[in-house]
Design a protein around this ligand. Structure first.
Ligand code: DMJ
Length: 580
């Protein structure tokens, strides 16, 4: 999460669990077998460079009982994608026009990145400079490889692959490396591009980026006592895929040690079924902290549970069990229906705080919404399909509708980063009560909720709070993808046609307000009603790697990167599922 999560770096004991012996899935599908065979060749001129530094370092903590990759025939999991019927000519024309608008937006940004910030992590989209927050290894370049491929920009793709294969992961920046970001952006980017292009150079780089993300390799490591759940728990897709591609079980072994620990503690936390956002990796204790959410700082751990189950062809049922147990809890405690002026029946996923002063299980719901937690709609829809649970698909639909609602309720048509709402007393019937809303605004602002509710109007006007929101704690828009991600997944799962309109409205609003002469920029305050919001000169790599990719796929033929063949990592890199 942008937040604490992504900024704080810790060197956890993951680095310690590395040892070498070779196991493979006994039965892989044809494509995986081909890739596996290819992986023996490390690619001309690249491997020695990587070996020179990382490979000389001896692992400090040798693993004696390396876990073997699971064996057996991948299961035939239930179908995820809707059966789309042929579209009319006019629907097709509209769809393709929209797809091309997304493509044009990507190409403009890419051209500027190529010209002004090539090989740097990010282009600064207003000033035309460079920014290197992710090791300086070219985060935008690597994050965009598979987008280039998916968008059919093959020449640009070849050019980018050639450049990416020259990235020197031996060159380590002075500041700490963020293991989580390196994993999802670099390793995820290379793994997906490897599958797209079957290019050996890319797999070699994937391994290089993985090594670079194991800081302090060979040094004595002490795990941090304060780690974020998302950051320690979101390696399974990339690591298991890397083990499949290389035949080396060490990555699988590493991630399983973390996941097994989490599974053992799943029912012993203050909110059994879920884990708190912060854990103590030094003691291996993930039960003590008090905040429980599907959002920031925890998000991708939950997202990866059903996706890993699918990636591993159903051969790792523990991921399915952990997903089911955690979602039972989230449905009961975190999801709430907000009171809305149009009384629309949607859901939002909030935060549950356990109150340490009372008994262990005393807790309260904090009815907040976040852009980041908008991924949850897609997760429920996908997870529901994979485990044949229609309730999950319905929850996914309502959660996604909640994010669509939040976009269209704002003056610019873009939802804020963080906000609060008022939960309905009953999920079945929730009439709009204007005074109740005003009182909630007063209380949230720290004033007496019993005073004349009209006093709330001043706060509402001053802070530009649209009806339905109780406060807007963070009014930025950072070019994030989570809302369109869920709209896209829900569309592929249900085929609901009005999602195409919702997606287009989102795209138009974002493009209109974030466009700079060079590319697109994050916004400082999307509540403005008198003119354009100010642009903060930041374009994180996920704008090209993730947000525009989901918009493009939304308006493409539904079999392009089918959810029956791929799962997306949390940075939107499609990874091949094991299929029977
Ligand atoms: C991306 O890096 C990933 O989607 C991550 O899981 C969350 N944060 C950003 C996008 O918002």
């Amino acid at each position: 999460m942008p937040t604490l999560g992504r900024r704080k770096t810790w060197a956890f004991v993951l680095a310690a669990v590395v040892l070498f012996s070779l196991y493979t899935f006994q039965r892989l599908n044809a494509n995986d077998l081909r890739l596996l065979t290819n992986s023996g060749n490390t690619g001309a001129g690249i491997a020695p460079k990587i070996k020179s530094k990382w490979a000389k370092m001896k692992p400090k903590y040798r693993v004696k009982d390396m876990r073997a990759l699971p064996t057996g025939q991948p299961l035939a999991l239930p179908k995820v994608q809707n059966d789309f019927s042929p579209e009319s000519d006019s629907d097709r024309d509209v769809r393709l026009k929209r797809r091309d608008a997304v493509l044009a937006s990507f190409q403009r940004c890419w051209k500027s990145y190529r010209k002004l910030a090539w090989m740097s992590d990010e282009l600064t989209p207003v000033s035309g400079g460079r920014h290197n927050p992710f090791g300086g290894w070219g985060a935008t370049l690597v994050d965009s490889l598979d987008t280039l491929w998916i968008m059919g920009l093959k020449e640009e793709f070849e050019h980018a692959v050639a450049a990416a294969s020259k990235i020197n992961f031996n060159k380590v920046p002075k500041h700490d490396i963020n293991v989580f970001e390196t994993n999802i952006r670099y390793l995820g980017g290379f793994l997906a591009a490897t599958t797209s292009a079957d290019d050996k150079r890319l797999l070699t780089k994937a391994k290089g980026s993985r090594r670079a993300a194991l800081p302090g390799w060979g040094q004595v490591q002490v795990a941090h006592d304060h780690v974020l759940l998302a950051e320690i728990g979101s390696f399974s897709l990339e690591f298991i895929r890397l083990s499949i591609l290389t035949g080396d079980p060490k990555w699988y072994d590493a991630v399983q040690r973390i996941i097994e620990l989490l599974q053992a503690q799943q029912q012993t936390t203050r909110l059994p079924g879920m884990w708190p956002v912060v854990g103590d990796a030094r003691k291996g204790d993930f039960t003590k902290y008090h905040d429980y959410t599907l959002g920031a700082m925890a998000d991708s751990l939950y997202e990866y549970l059903p996706k890993t189950y699918a990636l591993a062809g159903g051969l790792l049922p523990m991921y399915r069990e952990m997903y089911e147990q955690s979602m039972d809890t989230a449905i009961q405690h975190n999801l709430f229906r907000p009171m809305l002026p149009d009384e629309k029946d949607v859901l939002v996923s909030g935060l549950v705080r356990s109150r340490a002063d009372k008994d262990k299980f005393a807790r309260e719901l904090r009815p907040e919404g976040q852009h980041l937690v908008c991924f949850a709609g897609g997760m429920f829809a996908l997870g529901g399909k994979l485990i044949n649970n229609q309730t999950h698909v319905e929850k996914g639909e309502k959660l996604t509708d909640g994010c669509i609602w939040a976009y269209q309720a704002m003056p610019l048509g873009i939802m804020p980063e963080w906000f609060d709402m008022l939960p309905c007393e009953s999920a079945e019937r929730c009439p709009w009560d204007e005074d109740k809303w005003r009182r909630a605004v007063l209380t949230k602002a720290g004033l007496d909720g019993d005073m004349d509710p009209k006093h709330g109007d001043e706060i509402i006007a001053h802070k530009r709070i649209p009806k339905g929101f109780v406060s807007i704690g963070d009014s930025r828009y950072l070019l994030r993808p989570e809302a369109i991600e869920s709209v896209f997944i829900l569309y592929r799962v249900t085929g609901r046609k009005n999602l195409l309109e919702s997606a287009w409205n989102m795209f138009e609003a974002i493009e209109e307000n974030t466009k700079t002469p060079l590319a697109n920029s994050a916004l400082d305050d999307i509540t403005v009603t008198d003119g354009k919001p100010s642009q903060t000169d930041s374009m994180e790599s996920f704008w090209l790697g993730e947000t525009l990719k989901y918009f493009y796929l939304m308006f493409s033929e539904p079999d392009l990167i089918s959810l029956d063949e791929y799962v997306f990592n949390t940075e939107a890199h499609p990874l091949k599922r094991l299929l029977p």
